[in-house]
Design a protein around this ligand. Structure first.
Ligand code: DCT
Ligand code: MG
Length: 517
């Protein structure tokens, strides 16, 4: 692509104001080749951006239309430093420090001077240096803008945007180990403390490099702060290292990786002196549930993650089977894959019938069909326990009342063409397992509850927890996967889309891929 191509069109109005008619910018001489400028369109609009790009090029500046590696200066208008970083994060830019991030005032100063002016402090967008102060009504004093920004970060992940682009993985991985260890110890409070901190750091549009960066942020208690400090100073946390080497943690980690095994069973096995999956497998005296037996049978497949391609292949199977029984059914992939993840531990589906009438047998018909085709390796059907007009559950982690099934499906892998192989090779290849066991959750929801089910099943778990906590604490409402109830007005709030639920809660809409809290 020609980087110096002129913008396709300069608006008529601008041209009449004395701008030359558009001509290819490559005919403008580049006078300042050390400066490669990119102008952000966000909050500026396309027309103004085009105008400024053309102006810059006429003045001898190299102005790129696309954000490329050669760009040195990024110019933004009406965007804060954090907003620019956030935008860059959305462009999958990992290292924003290679760019000078500048306010439009720098660009216009250059245009006036007809040459690059120093990108002095006054033009630079930043958060670490204290440039401005803002008056805080809450604290009745002028606060440096850094602290002000921090106090604006919500404690609820449903008021933040959390994409998969995590700038603080080394911290969040550490917190997740700590949270998991507390979960194994059934210490819910500490577990949540670390999950909340992990979720908060995942939403920051910059990497934390000093303790100043976390000043004033919510969800950062003493335990969390200590770990951050150690990681900044030493590169790793001794507490996390200790956990990773802990015998109990290691055993629980293995046990809970088996489908059907939770903390309670792990505790029992640990007390019996068992430590590894192999030891449990070898112990013939243990009474295993049907689920756990399947967990062992397909262990290798189930611990290896489900890829996006596999999720798409299963999605086709689910849609085809459901539609043979109910052609108008709506089948939606939810969970991590709806949030844009490329891998997951299972595939979650919501199934609903937008047409009149309900078919309680749909799930059973789908399951029977898979059984007949030899595709069903395991299945646990749970019938609906929903009672009309019942108030939503107040429990933050309660299971919903939908009819559902936790299944393991046999997904055939694409066959390798063996037509050119000799007979013995063909026999050998025939013995190779050509399928993978995949965990699939199917949830059947009445159409009028579909939006609530979609919001709940899209997750992330932490995002869902915070939505319910926010509803209860800030709005006096109760939210679950079925409904939203306004306790003050004593009414159920209907919603035909996720957007409407956010609106009922008085929250800005957060897209599914921004819910990776
Ligand atoms: N969920 C729910 N009620 C349950 C189980 C899950 O509302 N009883 C919600 C929370 C997250 C979402 O459904 C999907 O759950 P998981 O599959 O456990 O999480 P995930 O985000 O899809 O993660 P993974 O990629 O590991 O499958
Ligand atoms: Mg999932």
């Amino acid at each position: 692509m020609d980087r110096f191509k002129a913008p396709a069109a300069i608006p008529q109005r601008k041209r009449q104001k004395g701008l030359h008619s558009p001509k290819p910018s490559c005919s403008y001489e580049i006078k300042f080749s050390n400066f490669v400028i990119f102008i952000m369109q966000r909050k500026m609009g396309m027309t103004r951006r085009m105008f400024l790009m053309e102006l810059g090029r006429r003045k001898g500046f190299r102005v790129e239309s696309e954000l490329s590696d050669s760009v040195t200066h990024i110019v933004a208008e009406n965007n804060s430093y954090l907003e620019v970083l956030d935008w860059l994060k959305g462009q999958a830019v990992r290292d924003s420090s290679k760019f000078e991030l500048l306010d439009i005032s720098w660009f216009t100063a250059c245009m006036e001077a007809g040459r690059p002016v120093d990108s002095e402090m006054k033009y630079r967008l930043m958060v670490r240096q204290i440039l401005q102060c803002e008056y805080s009504d809450i604290q009745n004093e002028w606060l440096p803008k850094t602290a002000f920004i921090a106090t604006k970060v919500s404690q609820y992940s449903c008021q933040r945007k959390t994409t998969l682009n995590n700038y603080n993985k080394k911290f969040t991985d550490a917190f997740e180990v700590m949270a998991e260890n507390y979960e194994f110890k059934e210490n819910e409070i500490f577990c949540l403390e670390f999950l909340r901190a992990a979720s908060l750091l995942k939403s920051l549009p910059f990497s934390v490099t000093s303790m100043k960066d976390i000043q004033g942020l919510p969800c950062v208690g003493d335990q969390v702060r200590d770990i951050i400090e150690e990681i900044i100073e030493e590169g790793e946390s001794s507490r996390v290292k200790e956990v990773l080497n802990d015998e109990r943690y290691k055993a629980f980690k293995q046990f809970t990786s088996i489908f059907g095994v939770g903390v309670k069973t792990s505790e029992k096995w640990y007390r019996m002196g068992l430590r590894t999956v192999e030891e449990v497998k070898a112990d013939k005296t243990l009474k295993l549930s049907k689920m756990q037996k399947a967990g062992f049978l397909y262990y290798e497949d189930l611990v290896s993650c489900v890829s996006k391609a596999e999720a798409d292949a299963v999605s086709l199977i689910v849609k085809n089977t459901v539609c043979t029984f109910l052609p108008d059914a709506l089948v939606t992939i939810t969970g991590g894959f709806r949030r844009g993840k490329n891998i997951g531990h299972d595939i979650d589906f919501l199934i609903t019938n937008p047409g009149p009438g309900e078919d309680d047998e749909l799930l059973h018909k789908v399951i029977d069909s898979w059984k007949k085709q030899g595709l069903l390796l395991y299945c646990d059907v749970i019938e609906s326990t929903f009672v009309k007009e019942q108030l939503p559950s107040r429990k933050v982690d309660a299971m919903d009342h939908f009819q559902k099934c936790f299944a393991i499906l046999k997904l055939y892998q694409p066959r390798v063409d063996n037509s050119t192989c000799n007979t013995s090779k063909k026999l050998e290849m025939a013995e190779v397992k050509d399928w993978k066991a995949i965990r699939v959750d199917l949830v059947i929801t009445p159409f009028e509850q579909y939006s609530y089910a979609l919001l709940g099943w899209t997750g992330s778990r932490q995002f869902g927890r915070d939505l319910r906590r926010y509803a209860a604490r800030e709005r006096k409402m109760i939210l679950d996967n079925h409904a939203l109830y306004d306790r003050r007005k004593r009414i159920f709030l209907k919603a035909g889309s996720e957007e409407e639920i956010f609106a009922h809660l008085g929250l800005d809409y957060v897209e599914p891929w921004e819910r990776n809290a």
